[in-house]
Design a protein around this ligand. Structure first.
Ligand code: NAD
Length: 309
């Protein structure tokens, strides 16, 4: 049987597929040539994509032998799940494969927030040796508020606890908290406002949906402590970016780390780019070598399992 990979996969994933006896055709640029992609897919039993290949009705229709679509990641918005289901094509993805990477990104944001490592280093490069100017702040006994208490939040909570932080959280969709409390030590609150009011760091870990769109807005941002940091590694659209830029400009909050934005890449005129206290990264929180190896091997294994029945 044959598997087509139309976007970047780590070599370990290809090796896994070959070890399982599949013929693999790997072309990481194939997604850019729609016509060739639609033509090529006809001859394959499995298709592995990342987030660029549009797996729509047309592509599924053309893939007359397809039995499985593997998604190298978690979001499935580029795949027409309903159409795949109707055609009896399974869709598998890399559940939790990058959760640890995201949690480590959050910890690095927290740890670097009050230590001015980059500006101190720039000062030294410019010949300035000013220790007082770079007096830092500890995270020990500070409070981190987790919005959403799923997989990534669990990993952040455990790591924050090790650093001696108080961990609070809010997730109205979890009805049984006991095991989360036992496992992570998180102090679960009944409202978002309660968490925002007491947290030195607020880290967002909810999916983007109608209930979370602009969850952090001009009103809720005002509930945060004046020196608190906001960290968003989830999805753009959960934070109202205009309101955040204003909150930073007017010093309602201390700073923000944003790995995701409503529109990626960010517009060159975006008001957040004028805020030195907004640290913006290009959607890399989950992107590490380890997570990519894990993702590639996991998806290769899941695809193999389906193809082998
Ligand atoms: P998860 O499904 O395990 O947890 C999400 C939690 O959010 C659930 O417990 C759910 O009950 C809760 N929730 C939903 N709506 C809520 C609301 N209105 N208020 C409070 N809680 C609410 O998800 P996860 O694996 O922890 O991932 C969280 C987010 O991180 C996802 O949106 C994902 O897309 C994003 N993510 C980003 C990157 C990156 O590279 N930046 C990588 C991986 C995942």
């Amino acid at each position: 049987m044959r598997v087509l990979v139309s976007e970047v996969i780590w070599q370990e994933g290809i090796d896994e597929l070959k070890d399982q006896g599949f013929e693999v055709v790997y072309d990481e640029e194939l997604w850019t040539d729609r016509e060739r992609l639609v033509r090529s897919v006809k001859e394959f039993d499995g298709l592995i994509v990342r987030n660029q290949t549009k797996v729509d009705e047309e592509l599924l229709q053309s893939g007359e032998k397809l039995k499985v679509i593997g998604r190298l990641g978690v979001g499935l918005d580029n795949i027409n799940i309903k159409a795949a289901k109707e055609k009896g094509i399974d869709v598998v993805f890399a559940k939790n494969a990058n959760a640890t990477s995201v949690a480590e990104y959050v910890m690095s944001a927290i740890l670097s927030s009050n230590r001015s490592l980059f500006t101190a280093s720039q000062d030294v490069l410019k010949g300035t040796w000013d220790r007082r100017r770079h007096t830092g702040g500890e995270i020990y006994e500070k409070t981190i508020g987790l919005i959403g208490l799923g997989e990534i939040a669990h990993r952040v909570a455990k790591r924050a606890k090790v650093f001696g932080m108080d961990v609070v959280g809010y997730d109205p969709f979890i009805t049984e908290y006991e095991h989360i409390v036992a496992e992570t030590g998180v102090n679960v609150k009944n409202s978002l406002e309660e968490v925002l009011a007491i947290s030195d760091f607020v880290s967002i870990h909810v999916p983007l949906n109608p209930s979370t769109t602009y969850l952090l807005n001009s009103k809720t941002l005002k509930e945060m402590k004046p020196n608190a940091f906001l960290i968003n590694t989830s999805r753009g659209g959960i934070v109202d970016e205009e309101a955040l830029a204003k909150a930073l400009r007017e010093k309602h909050i201390g700073g923000a780390f944003l790995d995701v934005l409503e529109k990626e890449p960010i517009d060159s005129e975006h008001p957040l780019l004028l805020q030195p206290d907004a640290i913006i990264t290009p959607h890399i929180a989950g992107l590490t070598n380890e997570s990519q190896v894990r993702t590639s091997v996991l998806v290769a294994k899941e695809v193999s399992k389906i193809l082998k029945g």
